[in-house]
Design a protein around this ligand. Structure first.
Ligand code: ADP
Ligand code: MG
Length: 347
């Protein structure tokens, strides 16, 4: 079931948290709300859940206007970062909780509840932990149980607010992949809140970038990354190298720096923005680029090597950062203090 958000506004003590939000969340897809802290992600999610009332606007689930519907009657499941499990109930009892509090007419009998719990335990691959208590589970296991509990009542819509935010990087990455696989099997409409760009890009079908209670861009991950709709999106989606300058005859210059721009570049822009992977390092300048640097630092970051570069004879608001594979690094062996040249690989 798709969700339509129509002109939603919400203020707290006179300060706007959401400003006229218009958004369509497609049926069966995984949508990420991505933005810095305070951008309004949680407020929007709570409004979808019915935990918060908007000042203006309507929410529709499919064709149905649910704006005035109580949280109990919305059939949404939610998982929050700190939505703790019930400590005095074991895993199976936690998962069954949502079913056991349904109105009598809808409540399954004992045997049906047991069947559903076993089904969900299998789904989260924790069958063997049926009788454990939350204190005996790892953080990742707890969040999987929280997800099973949210799904017990077969919600039409699943809302997740930074569900893996409290876990360490490795577990977070595993759970992310696991959630994506689960989603591909079950195809529920999901809205996932995160402030982590990598998480949003890797996990979702559609990314909604939020800033100060407004939407900056709505697009598939690849488009948001490659064709950011605003400067904010560009900066927020990762490290950027900036070359400010003047453009004349498709050549951008500043001090000793010079880059010939590809024909596809807009001629009006007086800054060049390059992501770390859009730059190649060379010992000599290229035909189309003269961008001299001094290597300031060499950092090993997981699968790649990141070099911090100080411009020589021209200026950038920050040091540049350029990525290299380990193989490339081992072959060329750059040293701190070495001079080098950068070559943009866009075009
Ligand atoms: P995010 O989840 O993106 O970090 P939130 O939706 O939590 O952002 O918050 C958006 C803005 O609304 C923030 O400025 C926050 O301080 C404010 N806010 C959120 N909830 C409340 C509340 N219950 N009372 C007062 N201010 C709130
Ligand atoms: Mg939040």
């Amino acid at each position: 079931m798709g969700i339509t958000i129509e002109r939603i506004g919400k203020s707290f003590r006179g300060l706007p948290a959401l400003d006229n939000i218009e958004l369509a969340i497609p049926d069966g897809e995984l949508t990420a709300l991505l933005g810095p802290s305070g951008s309004g992600k949680t407020t929007l999610l709570r409004i979808l859940a019915g935990l918060e009332t908007p000042d203006t606007g309507r929410i529709r689930f499919g064709e149905t206007d649910v704006t005035d519907r109580h949280v109990r009657d919305r059939r949404v499941g939610f998982v929050f970062q700190h939505y703790a499990l019930f400590r005095h109930m074991n895993v199976a009892e936690n998962i069954a909780f949502g079913l056991s509090v349904l109105p009598r007419a809808e409540r399954p009998d004992r045997a049906a509840i047991d069947r559903r719990v076993n089904e969900l335990l299998e789904m989260i691959q924790l069958e063997s932990l049926h009788d454990r208590y939350p204190a005996q589970l790892s953080g990742g296991q707890k969040q999987r149980v929280a997800l099973a509990r949210a799904m017990a009542v077969k919600p039409e819509i699943l809302l997740l607010d930074e569900p893996f935010g409290a876990l360490d990087a490795k577990v977070r990455k595993e759970l992310r992949r696991w959630l994506r696989n689960l989603h591909d099997e079950l195809h529920f409409t999901s809205v996932f809140v995160t402030h982590d760009q990598e998480e949003a890009l890797e996990l979702s079908d559609q990314v909604v970038v939020m800033n100060h209670g407004r939407i900056e861009q709505v697009d598939p991950p690849q488009t948001v990354y490659e064709r950011p709709a605003s400067r904010f999106v560009f900066d927020f989606l990762g490290r950027v190298n900036i070359l400010p300058g003047r453009i004349h005859d498709r050549v951008l210059t500043q001090g000793s720096a010079r880059v010939r721009l590809p024909d596809t570049c807009p001629t009006a822009a007086a800054q060049l923005y390059l992501r770390p992977h859009e730059v190649r390092l060379c010992d000599t300048p290229g035909d189309d680029a003269y961008l001299p640097f001094r290597i300031e630092a060499i950092n090993l970051i997981g699968a790649e090597v990141r070099l911090e570069l100080r411009p020589e004879g021209w200026e950038s608001p920050e040091l540049w950062e350029v990525g290299m594979t380990h193989a490339d690094f081992n072959r060329r062996r750059p040293q701190r203090g070495d001079r080098c040249f950068a070559q943009p690989t866009i075009g």
